[in-house]
Ligand binder design. Structure first.
Ligand code: SF4
Length: 96
């Protein structure tokens, strides 16, 4: 038993991400409100390296965000504003 579903072919996540395109919204859908409520581990945990440390400051960029929601889940509600980009904007996954 290979774990494959009949009729579906397996795909590597790297291949899937190469097909991913972004329609970046000029208005950020993520905003750090208070750094103390955002874990610095996101530098290592964010799947697309949106977070980085510059000295003691936690910086982020939203342009390459995969909208996985991990930073929203791990941050305090008062630390981060996180919304989906406007309809039709943001990440667009290609599955074929
Ligand atoms: S939602 Fe996911 S991909 Fe986007 S910045 Fe947060 S952790 Fe990174």
């Amino acid at each position: 038993m290979s774990g494959e579903v009949k009729g579906l072919r397996p795909i590597k996540i790297e291949d899937l991400l190469q097909r991913t395109v972004y329609d970046v919204d000029e208005e950020p859908h993520i905003e750090i409100i208070d750094e103390r409520g955002v874990p610095k581990e996101l530098v290592k945990l964010c799947p697309c390296s949106c977070y980085s440390m510059v000295g003691e400051r936690l910086l982020y960029s939203y342009e390459g965000c995969l909208e996985c929601g991990l930073c929203r889940v791990l941050s305090e509600p008062w630390g981060l504003r996180w919304e989906y980009p406007k309809s039709g904007r943001g990440v667009q996954y290609r599955f074929t």
